[in-house]
Design a protein around this ligand. Sequence first.
Ligand code: PMV
Length: 327
Amino acid sequence: MEATARAHSNIALVKYWGKRDETLVLPMHGSVSLTLDALSTTTTVRFAPHLQQDVVVIDDAPASPASQRRVSAFLDRVRQRSGTRSFAEVVSHNTMPVGSGLASSASAFAALAAAAVGALGLELSPTDLSKLARQGSGSACRSIYPGFVEWRQGERPDGEDSYAVPLHPGGAWDVRCLMAVVSDAPKPVSSREGMRRTVETSPLYASWLSSVPRDLAAVRQAVATRNFSLLGETAERNALKMHATALAAEPPIFYWRQETVAAIEAVWALRNRGVPAYFTIDAGPNLAVLCQPSSVDEVARALRQVPGVTSLISAKPGPGVELLKGR
Ligand code: PMV
């Protein structure tokens, strides 16, 4: 009744921003991400008949009531599937700060899904695991797979066709990602709330939606042909569009800080000097800077000089979810 799993986080190159079904976590459109080796969550789940409720410990501290509820609601789905009524003890360790736009929920729910399923001895295909992880946090469905991954939006109301698939032959393409951390404080507006407000109130949302298919096609082509500038240009443009769309919501959603802008300018200065580097930004103030292995050192040097960049996390394409211990 116990299993441990590890999953790595992912950075979206074409962002998921907006749900068409909040309960099943179904997206308004597809997205593409790169799974990263440096950011991971390792989670042990132990179902025990004597427990009176689920117990959740994250990074050696009891989870907040909100996180506790979210994990319990997720475990309810797994319990429903397996027929067990036992509560569980969940112990989770992250290699990155939680809730800061470093995509901790992606690795967290991918690891939780695999560990919970493993602990109960359920046999799930990677596709079914992706669908399950999606219901914890949308972006978690992509962390089931290594490297470049596409989340197909699907059309069915039951969500059975909304899951991630690996983008081949992208798997072995060594693209680097430097996370320029300007703040590891929890973000002021959760991505859940940010998406909801953007869909409901942003007059730019329709334009965002109609522009995503072109970005998806460009990123698929970039991965298939290993065209780094096409990948980077598309990812950067897509991130700016997502943030512009959120900024037009009422009240506005603005995740950046002045250090974010300084880091953006440093990336543009690198490009002006002929160094191919492109940024993307999730729902937070931190930049993820994409570059090729040969320019990692130069890009890192430039980012370190940006006032307010407190740390740099250097990542390579990472593996899919792994069951470390259990059935
Ligand atoms: O999976 P969530 O609910 O944490 O939302 C993720 C939202 C973004 O990180 C901004 C975009 C994405 O596709 O990962």
